[in-house]
Design a protein around this ligand. Structure first.
Ligand code: 13P
Length: 249
């Protein structure tokens, strides 16, 4: 049995005061893990705001070294004071900041070394989708990101399948199609790399224009174990219905 995980990726939004206010309005519910991923500057205050609530905290990126002369970077040692999770390889980081499967893999291995669970993002572009390349492309991302992990580490990974064309566009993917892609390009690849029990243990979120009016259809799919939410995670009146839907599924 995989526990649902509903995560809010706040991206580059919210000052410290705004973040703490938003965090205090988010409640954990039975049967679903709730993770808030604020920008680095607000991680400490969000961590304080959710203390004792059962709501967890994640970062949106991380460097793979523990410390040193890496101006502008944040290390796992710094994050683990506040966070349980770290998002790695979001398509925006791949597109604008040069993130690759190799750097995602290095970061994921380091995250585990420090007790952080990586939420590894994958997903194809519209062109790749229309060319029928989704399964091969996403499969390659998974293969690269999970390289050199132990079976125990791999089984703890959270994967967020986020088709790039569905992010922030209001055009979500079709829930049945997502279910199929997760089976073929994520669970089958993990079963090949490790075994079927690892493939069945990994939690896979869908991300891309998840909203209260489409969430139930996604949470009803057998392969989908929650969502990674951008826009709708910035408003409690939009995010809490998503948490409720995951709790009920
Ligand atoms: P939206 O929910 O705004 O489409 O963003 C999805 C996303 O990128 C979450 O990481």
């Amino acid at each position: 049995m995989r526990i649902q995980i509903m995560a809010g990726n706040w991206k580059m939004h919210k000052t410290v005061a705004e973040a703490a206010k938003l965090a205090r309005s988010i409640k954990k519910m039975e049967g679903v893990e709730v993770v808030l991923c604020p920008p680095f500057t607000a991680i400490s205050s969000v961590s304080n705001a959710v203390a004792d609530s059962g709501v967890k905290v994640g970062a949106q990126n991380m460097y793979w070294e523990e410390k040193g002369a890496f101006t502008g970077e944040i290390s796992p040692v710094m994050l683990k004071e506040f966070c349980q999770y770290v998002i790695l390889g979001h398509s925006e980081r791949r597109q604008y900041f040069g993130e690759t499967n190799e750097t995602v893999n290095k970061k994921a291995l380091t995250a585990f070394k420090h007790g952080l669970i990586p939420i590894i993002c994958c997903g194809e572009s519209l062109e790749q989708n229309e060319a029928g390349e989704t399964v091969e492309f996403v499969g390659g991302q998974i293969h690269g990101a999970l390289a050199d992990m132990t079976a125990d580490q791999a089984s703890k990974v959270v994967i967020a399948y986020e088709p790039i064309w569905a992010i922030g566009t209001g055009k979500s993917a079709k829930p049945e199609a997502v279910n199929d892609i997760i089976r073929k390009s994520i669970r089958d690849v993990i079963a090949d790399m490790f075994d079927e029990s690892v493939a069945q243990a990994v939690r896979v979120q869908y991300g891309g224009s998840v909203k209260p009016d489409n969430v139930v259809a996604f949470m009803g799919q057998s392969e989908i174990d929650g969502a990674l939410v951008g826009g709708a995670s910035l408003k409690p009146e939009l995010f809490m219905p998503l948490v409720e839907a995951a709790a009920k599924s």
